[in-house]
Design a protein around this ligand. Structure first.
Ligand SMILES: [Zn+2]
Length: 280
């Protein structure tokens, strides 16, 4: 069973957790670490012998086109993470369409490949955005991986399906929700991010094994800044955000390598194609 491995390519200061203390207007004045960190991710994937999908901000691709080229040259997929990490539920349908288009042009120019996948910043497609999948289908995307079918303080669409589904009637567009783990009536987003970094290895390993046991692929992600223990600390950030952002950064690289070697991984577009064939 091939599982989908992905990286959300954004800098350490562009995450939702720091939105209240760092404004988008300040981004260009902060020394960037995303290119060197993403190169370390490329090294990690080469070491593990895996290919993956890099959901990249248009804002990052505009400033680091050579990085996009290196991602493509190493056989990975470049997909869209939107322009500047605005969560989908903060936009109107037309703003969302414009955000998608702006990112796609830059990503396709830099990589020289068509972009067919999208991941919403902070899994921000939910009940508040009934138009979002329609816009993606309309714009010709093959798949989205933008839904967390859980109840969580920052995101979540609890009633959405746990596995691949077609969210727009009559359209080929597939939604590949992030992997979840169920314990009784509780359901957690278990496809990477803080879940993987903050909790013991065996819990994430269990999440992948469980969905594979159900003959479904895991949808897993992490960020380049998560393997960068030397990143500067953001001043005045909320304590809870600080905890979530900085814990276990040192342990991340070996932990990832272990997970990459324990399961079969590939690009999200390949997993989407396999899931589309299964759904018929
Ligand atoms: Zn993101």
């Amino acid at each position: 069973m091939r599982n989908a491995l992905s990286v959300d390519v954004e800098d350490y200061f562009q995450v939702g957790a720091f939105e209240t203390v760092i404004s988008r207007g300040d981004w260009d004045s902060i020394p960037s670490r995303v290119e060197s960190n993403t190169d370390r991710v490329l090294d990690l994937f080469a070491e593990a012998g895996v290919q993956a999908t890099f959901f990249t901000l248009g804002w990052v691709a505009e400033r680091h086109p050579a990085l996009i080229r290196r991602i493509v040259d190493a056989g990975h997929e470049v997909a869209s993470h939107g322009w500047d990490h605005k969560r989908v539920f903060t936009m109107s349908a037309e703003e969302f369409r414009a955000d998608l288009a702006r990112a796609r042009i830059v990503l396709e120019d830099a990589g020289g490949r068509a972009v067919s996948g999208y991941r919403a910043p902070s899994f921000s497609i939910d009940e508040r955005t009934p138009w979002a999948h329609e816009v993606l289908a309309d714009e010709g995307y093959a798949y989205s991986s933008s839904v967390a079918p859980v109840a969580h303080d920052h995101y979540g669409w609890r009633s959405a399906p746990r596995f691949a589904w077609r969210p727009v009637r009559g359209a080929a567009l597939l939604e590949l929700p992030v992997t979840t783990l169920e314990f009784g009536k509780r359901r957690m987003a278990a496809g990477g991010g803080g879940f993987f970094r903050l909790l013991p290895y065996f819990v994430s390993n269990l999440a992948v094994r469980r969905v594979n046991h159900e003959a479904r692929p895991a949808i897993f992600y992490f960020h380049p800044w998560e393997i960068d223990p030397a990143q500067p600390r953001v001043a005045n950030a909320p304590m809870r955000s600080n905890f979530r952002h900085y814990t276990n950064l040192e342990a991340m690289r070996p932990k990832l390598l272990r997970l990459l070697r324990a399961h079969h991984w590939g690009r999200t577009d390949e997993v989407a194609a396999a899931e589309a064939a299964r759904l018929g």
